[in-house]
Design a protein around this ligand. Structure first.
Ligand code: ATP
Ligand code: MG
Length: 451
């Protein structure tokens, strides 16, 4: 992409309405624009990041054997009356009436809708296990939408639902989700720690939230600092291997890590003092096992092996996709702007032409641009007729992990400059070598293909 043809409305001033750094940087970098309280338009740069996160989520869900689909944002109130949640949900649910006076709602979550699909089409235990998911906009009329996309009213969520014959099978689905979520967050360059949590309006006994530690997080958390040393890394996971998924779940949840709702001061006190931490965190996902809470009242049963009808065991599992954009920025920025992890960056590198309009510099940038594209990378070329300082400031603000600077002085010696956004370190090398270096860097970060 050439910046002269792109739409990147960066702001020079700090927007006064933004209280936290991710909100400020998303507005300044031209990623979002508020449409109404807690409702945002995603401008091109923000949309690109959002899409990358969505695609990573799809890839990891599909890898875990979960099946993508799409349910609508608007739902009929009737289904929610069946489960008893139409009245129970409270003012966070946006209730709508259509022209025929039918009660509708903008879905805050989808347990009822998916259970209805299941009961209509699945009748035998032979069709289980089954996990369906979608990535769709949700609406919750939050009392205090704030922090930009972190606590919006309209937000993008991946929500998945497992249907199993037995509690044991459903707990395997729970563990499978836990493992696939760990993988998802690690690919996004994030550490999200599973913490024992409270189930809230979804209900159920077993639930973990995934928290990214950050001072601006809205959740209060307590944990043993040793949990921050555990990584999934590159290990091979067989999602059908019940014992392996359970072992990973146990490894990640054995140490004390809880949100304030389930915090137990006596247990916490047993951790060696030097490892006791209380901090703040951003909830980026949650998994639930809730058994037959929805299947029973809604009649989602299957015929079991002995011929009897039994309600299925279910769980639901959510990732806050739009919130993650903010969470990644909270975890990765400096005073100049965003620093995208390579796995989610909107463009792989920036090209800054120090002498726009000069034949040699322009030609070198064009060649470089073409070579990067031919190598399968997406560069963002700042080809505007602007001062170098302004171009550098824009690149630093929007946070591409790598920048190639092309100027007449370097070109005389046949070199360009490759700079890491994270370390600030630069290296002079021939343009072909810069391309080869970037290809190597991104080889370990294949672009997610989506569904
Ligand atoms: P919170 O406690 O932050 O209100 P929740 O526990 O009610 O969230 P879940 O039902 O667990 O939310 O939804 C799954 C995920 O969706 C959450 O982990 C979070 O990342 C995201 N999410 C929930 N509410 C919002 C919101 N208002 N804005 C953006 N993302 C949200
Ligand atoms: Mg939650």
């Amino acid at each position: 992409m050439r910046l002269s043809r792109y739409f990147l409305p960066v702001l020079r001033e700090n927007p006064s309405e933004a209280q936290i750094v991710s909100h400020r940087l998303m507005l300044r970098a031209g990623m979002i624009k508020q449409a109404a309280a807690g409702i945002y338009s995603w401008l091109p740069l923000g949309f690109k990041v959002l899409r990358k996160l969505e695609n990573i989520v799809h890839e990891e869900q599909i890898r875990a054997g979960h099946i993508p689909m799409l349910m609508p944002t608007l739902q009929s109130a009737d289904l929610w009356r069946e489960s008893g949640r139409y009245d129970a949900y409270g003012p966070e649910m946006l209730r709508i009436r259509d022209r025929h006076d039918r009660d509708m709602l903008y879905g805050p979550t989808n347990e009822e809708l998916i259970t209805d699909i299941f009961r209509t089409h699945v009748g035998s235990y032979k069709d289980l296990p089954l996990t369906l998911y979608h990535i769709q906009w949700k609406f919750r009329d939050e009392i205090r939408p704030r922090f930009g996309v972190m606590r919006g009213r309209e937000f993008l969520m991946k929500d998945g639902y497992n249907f199993d014959l037995t509690k044991e099978d459903a707990l395997h689905a729970y563990n499978r989700h836990l493992v696939s979520y760990l993988r998802t967050y690690e690919r996004m360059g994030l550490q999200a720690i599973p913490m024992r949590a409270d189930s809230g309006p979804i209900g159920g006994d077993d639930t973990h939230e995934f928290l990214v530690l950050a001072e601006t997080g809205e959740s209060e958390v307590f944990y043993d600092s040793a949990v921050t040393d555990i990584r999934l890394g590159e290990r091979e996971i067989d999602y059908d291997d019940v014992a392996q998924c359970r072992a990973v779940m146990e490894e990640f949840t054995a140490l004390y890590a809880r949100t304030d709702e389930t915090h137990d001061a006596a247990l916490f006190a047993k951790i060696p003092e030097a490892r006791r931490r209380s901090a703040r965190g951003i909830e980026v996902g949650q998994i639930f096992y809730f058994g037959t809470k929805y299947s029973e009242p809604m009649g989602a049963t299957v015929q079991g092996p002995d011929g009897a009808q039994v309600p299925v065991h279910m769980g639901s599992h959510g990732i806050g996709v739009s919130r993650l954009v903010g969470a990644i920025i909270e975890a990765s920025h400096d005073e100049k702007g965003i620093i995208w992890p390579e796995g989610v960056t909107p463009y792989h590198c920036g090209i800054v032409n120090l002498k726009q309009g000069e034949d040699a510099a322009d030609a070198a940038c064009e060649r470089l641009y073409g070579a990067l594209v031919a190598a399968g990378l997406e560069p963002l070329y700042d080809d505007r007729d602007e001062r170098a300082g302004g171009k550098f400031a824009t690149m630093d603000l929007i946070g591409l992990p790598w920048r190639i600077t092309v100027g007449p002085r370097g070109l005389k010696n046949g070199v360009v400059e490759l700079t890491s956004r994270r370390t600030g370190q630069s290296e002079e090398l021939p343009p072909e070598a810069a391309v080869a270096r970037l290809v190597e860097i991104y080889a370990g970060q294949p672009d997610p293909a989506g569904v």
